[in-house]
Unconditional design. Structure first.
Length: 490
């Protein structure tokens, strides 16, 4: 019978050394950014909030750290391995027939060894390079996540601006219908207009109020999306500013504070000043001082920049390099490893001490299994090459579609702006004719509907243009004014 007792004191030492190392490392707490009440935020501010708060960006940063540590772990194979052990042994020997004790030995021993890799024909180098390329791929994945986050904020920011403009348009429309109702009522009481005109004015006033309620709902939903893209719940009331390509003159505050308020808007107003005038009401000046700079790149330049900048394409390139190194590592596993070992041992029997040094060459592999591993590694390389080719094709068509969308919308904006001014002029003429009894109510309502539709069409086109432009910038991976890097500590 052999009895071996191992004393764990070396494990305790290792545990406390490791704990001390971890406790002394610098920590970087990541706290979510918030919005102060009544703050005025630009699109850059909102993007910065999203970059600080995004769990997807944090995850990508952590994944990069894991990949980077794997490279360090692979490099550690070049460092020596220390082995220590101690034990107490008790041995008793007896014959099977007589069960008589023939002899015994009891001793204590301790040993320590140092093993160093001398050469493994490039296997460790290939493993290190493979992990390096994986870390590079993780870095580009981080950059791609940052771009997606920025695009998401931009889209929702423009959505809030568009919703604000829509609310203002519908507010002005309610005011137009309120004044028109009062004017038609006065004409009816004097016998100038018929009862049907008065009823139509009431219906149109009610419809405009319903439309305003829906516009406010859409505005609040747009605000929810913006807050969500910034990862901020329970956001206080705040303001957002216009952008260079979306600078409508709007006055709607950014707030969800009164989201549950219930207001009775079913009754017409008791009295409205200037009931016979509308020209002061409908001009909400969404066209004032509006301008934008045309996109500075041609389509061919956009595609070239996309191939040069896209982090996902760079990640595929790094993955291909990693797969090549992985295949090289698998092939080199056929070769043996050369290791040097030095050891010291002590046994308390006769106070024996020993020291030994050795160099060994060893190799162990399943030849058949390794053959299939090599075949699989070659296929992984082919898959990575195919992913790059497919990605380039997708990038080309993605840039092409985004570019066509943006250019067409860019051309539409000035045309629809002219349409807004023309429908306004037509509405003013119809309103004047109706006021002096030359026009009928149908003509007036038709002119008003066309004017409101033109305003909404203009706002929607400007929104679509901004989203298309942001989408093209995303497809090209253009440098952004506000961003974050892998080294930034939140």
């Amino acid at each position: 019978m052999n009895l071996k007792i191992i004393f764990p004191k070396y494990n305790k030492i290792f545990f406390f050394v490791t704990l001390f190392y971890l406790l002394t490392q610098p920590s970087y707490p990541i706290e979510n950014a918030t919005i102060e009440k009544n703050a005025v935020l630009s699109i850059k501010d909102c993007i910065q909030l999203a970059l600080n708060n995004s769990p997807a960006i944090k995850k990508a940063r952590y994944n990069y750290g894991v990949s980077k540590n794997k490279t360090s772990i692979a490099k550690a194979d070049y460092f020596p391995t220390i082995g220590v052990g101690t034990g107490y042994y008790a041995t008793e020997n007896a014959t099977s027939s007589s069960l008589m004790r023939q002899g015994s030995s009891n001793y204590y021993n301790a040993e320590a060894s140092l093993t160093q890799l001398i050469w493994d024909f490039g296997k460790t180098n290939a493993n290190i390079r493979m992990n390096k390329f994986n870390a590079i791929a993780a870095l580009y994945t981080f950059d791609d996540t940052v771009l997606d986050t920025i695009f998401d904020v931009k889209t929702n920011y423009y959505g809030v601006l568009a919703a604000k403009a829509s609310v203002d348009i519908n507010k002005a429309n309610v005011q137009i219908n309120e004044r028109n109702y009062q004017r038609t009522k006065a004409y009816f009481e004097e016998g100038i207009k018929s009862k049907i005109d008065l009823v139509n004015a009431e219906v149109n006033l009610s419809d405009s109020k319903v439309t305003l309620v829906n516009a406010v709902k859409e505005y609040q939903n747009a605000l929810v999306k913006l807050n969500n893209s910034m990862y901020i719940a329970f956001a206080p009331e705040y303001e957002i500013t216009n952008t260079e390509t979306f600078n409508f003159q709007t006055n709607t505050p950014v707030s969800l504070k009164k989201i549950d308020d219930k207001v009775d808007i079913s009754n017409p107003p008791d009295g409205v000043s200037d009931a016979f005038l509308t020209s002061k009401v409908e001009k909400i000046n969404i066209l004032e001082n509006y301008k934008f700079e045309p996109f500075p790149y041609t389509f061919e330049e956009s595609v070239e920049l996309a191939y040069k900048n896209r982090p996902d394409l760079k990640a595929f390139d790094a993955t291909l390099d990693a797969m090549k190194e992985s295949l090289l590592y698998i092939k080199r596993e056929y070769y043996p490893s050369i290791q040097g070992r030095a050891g010291y041992g002590y046994r308390d029997v006769n106070n024996t001490q020993s020291f030994n040094v050795s160099i060994s060459l060893s190799s162990s592999l399943n030849i058949v299994g390794k053959k299939f591993e090599i075949d699989n590694g070659k296929l992984q390389v082919k898959l990575a090459e195919n992913e790059i080719e497919q990605s380039k094709q997708n990038i080309y068509f993605e840039v092409q579609k985004a570019y066509v969308d943006m250019i067409q919308l860019e051309k539409q904006i000035p045309l629809i702006a002219v349409k807004v001014k023309q429908t306004l002029e037509n509405f003013e003429l119809a309103d004047g004719r109706y006021g002096v009894g030359l026009g009928d109510y149908i003509e007036l309502q038709d002119a008003k509907v066309k004017y409101n539709s033109a305003q909404h069409e203009y706002v929607q086109t400007v929104y679509n243009y901004n989203v298309a432009r942001a989408n093209l910038e995303l497809a090209m991976a253009l440098p952004q004014a506000v961003t974050t890097t892998i080294e930034d500590k939140q």
